[in-house]
Design a protein around this ligand. Sequence first.
Ligand code: ZN
Length: 364
Amino acid sequence: MELLSAACDSGRLSHAYLFHGPDGVGKETTALELARALNCSESGGESGCVCRACRMTANLSHPDIHLIFPAPRDIKADARAGIIASYIRDGYRDEDFGRKSAIVSVESVLSEVVGKANQRPYVGPWKAFIIADADRMTTEAANTLLKTLEEPPEMTVIILTTSRPTALPATVVSRCQRIPFSRLDAGTIEDILLSDPRLGFDAKRAKAAAILARGSAGRAVRTEKEGLEAELERVASIIQGRKIRDVRSLADEASALAFRLGRQEQQKILDLMLLWFRDVLVLSQWDEIGRPPEVLYARHRKVLEEQAHALDFATLGRLIEKLDEARQAIERYSNPTIVFTSVLLDMAVARKRAGITRGAGYAA
Ligand SMILES: [Zn+2]
């Protein structure tokens, strides 16, 4: 965000910005950070500042900083407060608040933006309006906003965020300076997870969640909330072939994965399988590292060590490659039954060839 802080410093701030990019990469967080830096009463506007203005921004109670977000028309006050709380708690959230019915209505644009933009700031100096998921504006709301974008009041900044910039009217987009946000690399996500103690990550979990998040810090937080441990157990059970006794039960297991899970879930399972074999790979190189390496599947260390001993390097490499291909196949909407049958079969064959008997054997 060097671009923004440079603009801030030199006073060359645009009246309107469009932050566009995938969900969960920090568009709203950055928008709030920009609004905070503008209104900070300390000269530098450093992040982590605890001046009154910054504290008010942090809990979204600053009278000149307005967050507008999609909500169902009939949303209750406590549900609205809950959504605001989630923006405060977790800036990288990519939750979906019933997106089908959630809209940014013309009423909220009128009362939250148009009405307030023309008033003097209460605390100031800047008035900031953040419209999250701006593509959810109704046509009427977008047209109403357009008037304010065309004649922006002094000392006002309007920031729209969206993961679907093409869903916004071109007239609105053309009035905004576009700032692209991209997927975060795993290292950056890890840093984000570890930097905020409220998220409650330790180093190892942060690493695992970051790898699984595929570019979205929001997804990383959600993965953790959804119980990483339970996911690991489920995948460990599949890999050890506990339910697989013959070709028939292998097919049953593949169908269960194909039919009971959504595409994202299926990719998550494959990601976690990859991490299992990465553990095996790390353990197989143990001698060269010289000290016992940490593994993600710590509860299954014995089995991992057995596999590290039994599976040769080439087989491990092939399995890892295969899982990566399977992930891409799911991404391309390939038939998940075929994908999972093939993955499970490869694992079973590898187990049988290596003479691994822990869990159920594969009696081909
Ligand atoms: Zn401050």
